[in-house]
Design a protein. Structure first.
Length: 146
């Protein structure tokens, strides 16, 4: 009654999920749309995503994401690993990011490891800054003889 019949004349197309049993395909994600953690939300634990995230609530744990935005009411207590970090709220812990931007409302008590750092006038920062990549060495000046 509910049997599936295979027709020899049917197209021989298969999906990646059929080709690799047991592995679920990852859901499609709209590019540029961040996950948003609302201001009334408190999370105790770690968050890990390949996408972007905006924190308007409080996270007591570690965060690993692509691009991270901490809103004015947002707070993170833990380690942040990101491609870029824009802070308007509070961060306590450690930060490892290629680009870090502290807005004038930022309150950051963390050690930063970054390549690019921008601190707006009025931002509070207490911590240590370390460059991720080595500074290109300047070539010694050579004298030309005439």
């Amino acid at each position: 009654m509910f049997n599936k019949t295979n027709s020899s004349s049917s197209n021989n197309t298969s999906t990646a999920a059929e080709a690799t049993p047991g592995k679920k395909p990852s859901p499609a994600r709209a590019i540029g749309v961040p996950s948003i953690m609302g201001s009334d939300l408190v999370i105790t634990g770690d968050i890990k995503t390949d996408g972007d995230i905006q924190i308007d609530g409080r996270l007591d744990g570690n965060l690993k994401a692509g691009n991270v935005t901490i809103g004015e009411q947002g707070a993170v207590n833990g380690k942040i690993i990101a491609q870029s970090l824009h802070v308007r709220g509070k961060v306590t812990g450690k930060v490892d990011s290629v680009s870090v931007e502290l807005a004038d409302t930022a309150n950051v008590q963390a050690d930063l490891t970054q390549d690019q750092l921008m601190i707006a006038n009025g931002a509070f920062f207490d911590g240590k800054c370390t460059r991720k990549s080595a500074v290109p060495s300047a070539k010694p000046a050579t004298k030309k003889t005439a």
